[in-house]
Design a protein around this ligand. Structure first.
Ligand code: HEM
Length: 459
């Protein structure tokens, strides 16, 4: 099936009586439905759903959720204005991270907010961030030269937060803040995931230790953002960056946007910006340790471009293989492994009836590992992204940044820093896991290794 055959709006022209109800996925329990399987082994659960149909119904407690399982239909879903950002994931996100940021807004407010943030992420804006990305990548390599065991969770968060904050908010954020953000985000995202798959609102208001820890982390996250905004205002400076654009933004009536929107916008940039990049860096480090032959190939490529000088931002576009290593790591371990939408009207997808208000869910993880889309689907093979082979990949079978009007604004920004960090680390060290390291997948709002501990051995 092509995306064209399920083009946006196709549902509206299909006579309602010809539409089918999607099949119910197997394995549900009375009352709990499929929620227990999503909690117990969500990746395996999502990965087998395509065997039941292109669209299947899931029961999460009292709710029915529609899971979309083919690349073509996930592309159609992401591109179709009949679906908006909403549903269990976004409800819990809004309640916690704010209702007025770009990641949760819809309609005219969302379009206006995208216009405000987009210039900071345009392809031609990225080279200005090069010196910071370079500096942070080389600082990381220098820190690791002692040969001490590297705790990849805190190191990955540290560099992700520092790059995002220094490039986009121009803050001189010290490690203490990156550390606070790391702790707060880890707790908040874990709690949000639980609230999404087991949507039992009152349970989360009880004064239980887990709820208290969650509330503390959330309060600190908001406090941090207030500190960042207050610091900029107090400085009286207006550098050409995203924070200045946010502080100067006007609403639909030409009035300055409110304090709450400014706050929510900074949250909406910092939270996805650090968790996703940090998780991806952890997987890249895991890949370099697990596949020394690919690490060597990256090192060879970098040296063929740089000779003996340190890798620079300007080299990134010449590092084709390194870029393919990053892409392949993101295929097998996409940081954003689950996405949701809500139907704003009675509509259709792939010949199935989707009622107004229905929640839909799909998993880039399941899509990007599907044997129907990829030969040797579970094999780590960066060469599948070579120009002569990439044609074999079905449309929308590889969209780790999503597509359509909600596509991640940061795809170029993220790919540049991920490629640079991979190049710098692989050139300087061979990486080995040490006893106590656990690189199995930890599932939360993002995917990351449970606890990756590496020894960097200088080359
Ligand atoms: C949205 C992935 C890095 C900011 C998204 C979405 C995905 C994604 C899949 C779309 C969500 C949806 O369709 O519902 C990633 C990945 C990243 C990454 C895989 C890195 C490896 C970043 C960074 C920033 C960022 C570094 C900012 C500094 C955002 C924002 C949105 C978003 C603001 C919401 C866009 C909107 O709704 O219009 N990201 N992201 N992301 N991302 Fe990223």
């Amino acid at each position: 099936m092509t995306v064209e055959s399920v083009r946006p709006g196709a549902g509206a022209t299909t006579p309602a009586r010809e539409l089918r109800e999607p099949p119910l996925a197997g394995g549900g329990l009375p009352l709990l439905g499929h929620g227990w399987r999503l909690l117990r082994d969500p990746l395996a659960f999502m990965a087998q759903l395509r065997d039941h149909g292109d669209v299947v119904r899931l029961r999460l407690g009292p709710k029915t959720v529609y899971a979309v399982t083919t690349p073509a239909l996930t592309g159609a879903l992401a591109l179709d204005p009949d679906y908006e950002i909403d549903g269990p994931l976004w409800e819990s996100l809004e309640g916690l991270l704010g209702k007025e940021g770009v990641a949760t807004a819809n309609g005219p407010r969302h379009r206006r907010q995208r216009r405000t943030i987009q210039p900071a992420f345009r392809l031609d804006a990225i080279p200005a961030y090069g010196p910071v990305m370079e500096e942070e990548a080389h600082a990381l390599v220098e820190r690791w030269r002692t040969g001490a065991t590297v705790d990849c969770t805190s190191e990955s968060f540290r560099i992700a937060v520092r790059v995002a904050a220094r490039c986009l908010l121009r803050g001189q954020y010290m490690d203490e803040r990156a550390e606070r953000l790391c702790v707060a985000l880890a707790t908040v995202f874990r709690g949000m995931y639980r609230r999404m798959v087991v949507p039992l609102g009152p349970l989360y208001r009880l004064p239980l230790p887990a709820n208290r820890e969650f509330n503390r982390a959330l309060a600190d996250l908001h406090l941090l953002v207030d500190e960042i905004v207050a610091e900029r205002r107090a400085s009286g400076q207006r550098p050409d960056d995203l924070l200045t654009a946010l502080l100067a933004a006007k609403d639909e009536n030409g009035e300055p946007i409110g304090e709450q929107e400014i706050h929510d916008q900074v949250v909406a940039i910092l939270t996805p910006g650090s968790e996703t990049v940090a998780s991806t860096i952890m997987w890249l480090l895991q890949v370099l340790a697990e596949h020394p032959e690919h690490a060597d190939k990256v090192r060879d490529e970098v040296e063929s471009v740089t000779g003996s000088r340190p890798v620079a931002f300007d080299d990134v576009r010449k590092l084709g293989h390194t870029n393919n290593v990053v892409t392949e790591a993101m295929r097998l371990r996409p940081a954003v492994w689950i996405l949701t939408r809500r139907a704003v009207t009675d509509t259709a997808l792939g010949g199935y009836r989707i009622p107004a208000g229905a929640d839909l869910v799909y998993s880039p993880y399941a899509i990007q590992r599907d044997a129907r889309s990829y030969a040797n689907n579970l094999e780590f093979d960066p060469d599948r992204w070579l120009p002569e082979r990439v044609r074999d990949v079905p449309k929308y079978a590889m969209s780790p940044f999503s597509v359509g009007n909600r596509k991640c604004p940061s795809d170029h920004f993220s790919m540049a820093q991920l490629t640079l960090i991979t190049a710098a680390v692989a050139t300087a060290f061979r990486l080995e896991q040490v006893p106590g390291s656990n690189d199995t997948t930890r599932v939360g709002i993002t995917l990351r290794p449970h606890r990756l501990l590496l020894r960097p051995v200088p080359r």
